[in-house]
Design a protein around this ligand. Structure first.
Ligand SMILES: *Cc1c(COP(=O)(O)O)cnc(C)c1O
Length: 364
């Protein structure tokens, strides 16, 4: 069998090839490539899908994060609480504005441990950034309550959680601003970079719309120093095609994940769990094992690719040595970094591929 990759973006493309190719031609022939009809229609459709009032398309998920904190006026001298085990972009969204991340350990579902947030609040704390990691909604009830009680802004990093819910409410609708990425491997992925913010706050949405376009609302009249962070027309067009199928794509990933949950049987491996009231859209299927590196090599020898999300937690990365958070300061985060492994999962995965992965892992 051909090598089984951790992800196969081409399979997702071929599932909707005809419509995507048609959309590409339509945008190419339109003569309009930046901030046009595709972007504004996508913004409406995505806001509706999430259940929020406004969506503003941006160039990437990282831009959505740092522009969100900029819009909330959180910067130098401010602290933002975030989980230790996240993709480093979450933390960069905070620090690019000069604010300081304060790390909280994760719970057994890989999301922020809500019971450990309050002890980290100081008089400099301005916000909590919740990351719905791997596609599972975080424990939103206590987090929303804590933010209300302490008058903190709540920002959601939904880069991995398009459509996941907690207690029936969609991630991205709990806080002041939610940040999405449409990087190709995300559950709603473009064919290049893309991102968006979603909010119910008209003023924030308006600010971000202006900020993303050099701080101008009217061409060549610049109200503020902004960025160039626009979602391309062609990517917005592709996203509109894929958004129609997002629920189907999620359903397929749920079925594959359920098979893994039912059929993976190995005492050396801990399977992912889903919190009561939370739903999971399975951005990644992440197992845990103390024999992680051996398992990775073993699978690689059998032509099965896997990935570690993420091998170095942000506080231990070179980029954040200046924060002076030391090895050992976040033991659970560090243990996860040493024991997690994402196994192959993607739209269009064949039954034979999944059989092969299951048999190999069970025989480890
Ligand atoms: C992918 C991702 C981002 C960044 O998105 P980009 O579009 O790659 O900039 C931020 N946070 C999380 C949790 C992510 O997975």
């Amino acid at each position: 069998m051909e090598k089984i990759m951790p992800n196969r973006l081409d399979r997702g493309f071929y599932q909707h090839q005809e419509e995507l190719e048609e959309k590409a031609l339509q945008v190419l022939r339109s003569g309009w490539y930046i901030l046009g009809n595709e972007v504004s229609e996508f913004e409406k459709e995505f806001a509706t899908y999430i259940g929020a009032k406004y969506c503003v398309g941006l160039a990437s998920g990282l831009d959505a994060l740092w522009i969100a904190f900029r819009a909330l006026k959180i910067g130098e001298g401010d602290e933002v609480i975030v989980q230790g085990n996240t993709y480093i972009a979450s933390v960069m969204g905070i620090t690019l504005n000069g604010a300081t991340p304060v790390f909280v350990e994760p719970d057994e579902y890989f999301n922020i441990d809500a019971s450990k947030i309050e002890e980290k609040i100081t008089d400099r704390t301005k916000a909590v950034l919740v990351v719905h990691l791997y596609g599972q909604a975080s424990n939103m009830k206590p987090i929303v309550d804590i933010c209300k009680k302490h008058d903190l802004k709540l920002v959601e990093d939904c880069a991995q959680s398009h459509g996941a819910t907690f207690d029936g409410k969609t991630t991205g609708t709990f806080g002041d601003i939610a940040c999405f990425s449409f990087y190709p491997s995300k559950n709603l992925g473009a064919f290049g970079d893309g991102g968006a913010i979603v909010t119910d706050d008209e003023n924030l949405a308006e600010f971000i719309k202006i900020f993303r376009n050099y701080g101008s609302q009217k061409r060549y009249y610049n109200m503020l120093v902004g960025a160039n962070s626009r979602l391309d027309e062609i990517q917005a067009g592709f996203l509109r095609v894929k958004l129609k199928y997002l629920d189907d794509m999620t359903k397929e990933k749920r079925e594959f994940s359920q098979r893994y949950l039912n059929e993976l049987r190995n005492d050396k491996i801990e399977l992912p769990r889903i919190r009561e009231k939370a739903t999971h859209i399975w951005h990644q299927f992440v197992i845990k094992t103390p024999y992680r590196d051996e398992l990775m090599d073993y699978l690689n020898d059998r032509n099965i690719g896997t990935i570690i999300h993420y091998p170095i937690p942000p506080h231990l990365s070179e980029a954040y040595s200046y924060l002076n958070v030391k090895k050992g300061d976040l033991p659970i985060t560090e243990e996860y970094a040493n024991s997690v492994l994402s196994i192959p999962l993607y739209n269009g995965m064949t039954k034979e591929e999944q059989d092969y992965v299951i048999d190999a892992i069970n025989a480890f």
